[in-house]
Design a binder for this molecule. Structure first.
Ligand code: ADE
Length: 228
């Protein structure tokens, strides 16, 4: 998968994408991420990419020309499956969206700043608008890093233990069950006996049951569409 990102502050994306699982995905050639500084397409030698908003009001708006020129140029290397705009007024990101995006070949992510991007760019080019939650960040870069991390780690071949992503919280709209490691007793607290039974079927059933209990307690809203 190839992901291009258009950003005013490319440095913000350096660290989140160059460690751990994201690093492995890129080293294995399963994921290629390229960050493009929007200022490369600035309209003048002052590096201008934003301007005052029509109608007045505080805050600058990212201009049409630099973004349109950037998108048109990047598209010459191949059409995008989705052109994504990171924005607090987009649809809320979840595991289902991550799963869907992980099946695509080429994505372009536009990171907003200031008051956001001119509406005409959204209307003409953007195919998917994503929010990572009901709060406002100072720019779309950290939100884009969240989305790329969620997609990158489920690309086939990225995780060593191929099955482990299947048991993540939210994979079946269920929260993950509790987990334990050594020692079997800590401060007088014992791990559930069944985990020492050596019976994989019983352990799977127990984990599934725990997932349902935990989801009912903490996120009953996730269960409304199912009959669990
Ligand atoms: N840009 C600013 N806030 C954001 C959010 N919550 N989600 C996505 N992009 C954003």
């Amino acid at each position: 998968m190839k992901i291009d990102i258009i950003s005013v502050l490319p440095e913000l994306l350096d660290s989140p994408l160059s460690h751990s699982i994201m690093k492995r995905a890129q080293e294995k050639g399963l994921l290629e991420v390229q960050v493009h500084p929007l200022r490369k397409w600035a309209i003048n030698q002052h590096g201008q990419i934003d301007d005052y908003q029509y109608g007045g009001g505080a805050g600058m708006v990212m201009m049409c020309e630099p973004l349109a020129n950037a998108i048109e140029e990047l598209q010459k290397d191949g059409a995008y499956d989705e052109i994504i705009y990171m924005t607090p007024d987009g649809g809320t990101f979840n595991q289902r969206t991550a799963n869907g995006l992980s099946l695509k070949d080429r994505l372009l992510i536009i990171c907003g700043h200031y008051k956001g991007i001119d509406q005409r760019i959204r209307d003409k080019y953007v195919t998917l608008e994503i929010s990572i939650g009901d709060f406002v960040l100072s720019g779309g870069e950290l939100a884009a890093a969240v989305v790329i991390d969620a997609i990158g780690r489920i690309l086939p071949g990225v995780l060593n233990d191929e099955t482990s992503a299947l048991f993540d919280s939210f994979q079946d709209n269920l929260l993950a069950p509790p987990v334990y490691t050594r020692p079997a007793e800590f401060m007088g607290m014992k791990i559930p006996e069944i985990l020492l039974s050596g019976d994989p079927k019983k352990i799977d059933d127990w984990r599934y049951e725990q997932s349902i209990i935990r989801t009912k307690e903490r996120r009953p809203d996730l269960l409304t569409d199912s009959d669990l």
